[in-house]
Design a protein around this ligand. Structure first.
Ligand code: BTN
Length: 323
């Protein structure tokens, strides 16, 4: 707690420097204790300069996510009411599902700096090196089970909107849940659910965003289809600020979804890059070629085949055929 206070005072100092004496007085602790907390901040990766007659000054901050920083100024009511941040775990989705089964409240968020067993859709692996965002949110919506896929669409709207706000990039959505920039994937969402026959116990919405990682971290076949926000923006992105915006936008769109599903579908359609295009679909039982005609009220993709027949798809991999 004192360490956080010292950090806040140093961060908000106009000249940058704050004397040890002033830090000690502000926190109500001894100068020796101030020094100990400064050393602890240095161990976390902060660069701190100490100049005899002026005091301490922050010279660099580590690119790490800190729960206190995420909470500060978040201003959400539900999403992020609990934040569990880990350095390295297998999968935030797996842990969030376990926590949800043990009663963790709606809005709890599990975040990791790295995942060793990150999960993607259709049983794939989500490669999860340092520098990106990996988070899973526990939700307990009171909706019919067949409406659950709309939660993924809600998440996709929130992530695309947060990227647009924070990075000024034209993020769009490829059905059902890929966020693309310049035709390349920058984010994916994986929804997992626990349900009884007619009732959802909980849903975990998992979000991975490729933010600052080096592209060399990815295998060559994935690399050509993927981009990062830093590569698109031409500068490193502040992950804490982006994470906060994702949580804020998720709260906003989740509330809208609970009030009226149609609002989310309308926004999803505005951001979507699939409908209106010729597409191929795999992983949906049979492989299909056709025109993506729309999404229905449950978020399923409506495809018109060459012979005019209509297919409605709940899950699958879409490739947009270049014109
Ligand atoms: C996809 O295949 O596009 C979905 C990828 C979802 C990845 C995220 S990263 C955080 C969360 N934890 C996981 O294991 N997967 C999701």
């Amino acid at each position: 707690m004192y360490k956080e206070k010292i950090l806040n005072v140093l961060r908000s100092s106009c000249s940058g420097f704050v004397s040890g004496e002033e830090l000690a007085r502000t926190c109500g602790i001894s100068r020796t204790m101030v020094w100990k907390h400064i050393k602890s901040l240095e161990r976390e990766g902060f660069g701190i300069e100490a100049v005899p007659s002026r005091g301490y000054r922050i010279t660099s901050a580590p690119d790490i996510l800190r729960p206190e920083d995420v909470r500060r100024g978040l201003r959400t009511k539900i999403i992020g009411r609990e934040i569990h941040l880990f350095h390295k775990i297998a999968s935030t989705n797996t842990l969030a599902m376990e926590m949800a089964a043990n009663g963790t409240p709606e809005g709890a968020v599990v975040i990791a700096e790295m995942q060793t067993g990150g999960k993607g859709r259709l049983g794939r692996t989500w490669i999860s090196p340092q520098g990106n965002l990996y988070l899973s949110v526990v939700l307990r919506p009171n909706i019919p089970i067949h409406k659950a896929p709309l939660i993924t669409l809600t998440g996709a709207v929130a992530v695309a909107s947060a990227i647009r706000t924070m990075c000024g990039l034209e993020a769009g959505i490829k059905w059902p849940n890929d966020i693309l920039i310049s035709g390349k994937k920058v984010s994916g969402l994986l929804t997992e659910m626990s349900a009884e026959q007619d009732r959802i116990r909980h849903i975990v919405l998992g979000i991975g965003v490729d933010v600052n990682m080096e592209m060399g971290e990815l295998p060559p076949d994935v690399r050509s289809l993927t981009t990062t926000l830093a590569a698109e923006a031409g500068a490193k992105i502040n992950r804490t600020a982006l994470l906060q915006q994702v949580l804020r936008d998720l709260e906003r769109w989740y509330q809208k979804f609970l009030n009226n599903h149609a609002d989310v579908l309308e926004e999803w359609k505005k951001l979507n890059m699939t409908v209106g295009n010729r597409i191929t679909v795999s992983g949906a039982g049979e492989d299909l070629d056709g025109l993506a005609q729309g999404v229905d009220s449950d978020g399923r993709l409506i495809v018109r085949l060459e012979d005019g027949a209509i297919r409605t798809i709940a899950a699958g991999d879409v490739t947009i055929v270049k014109k």
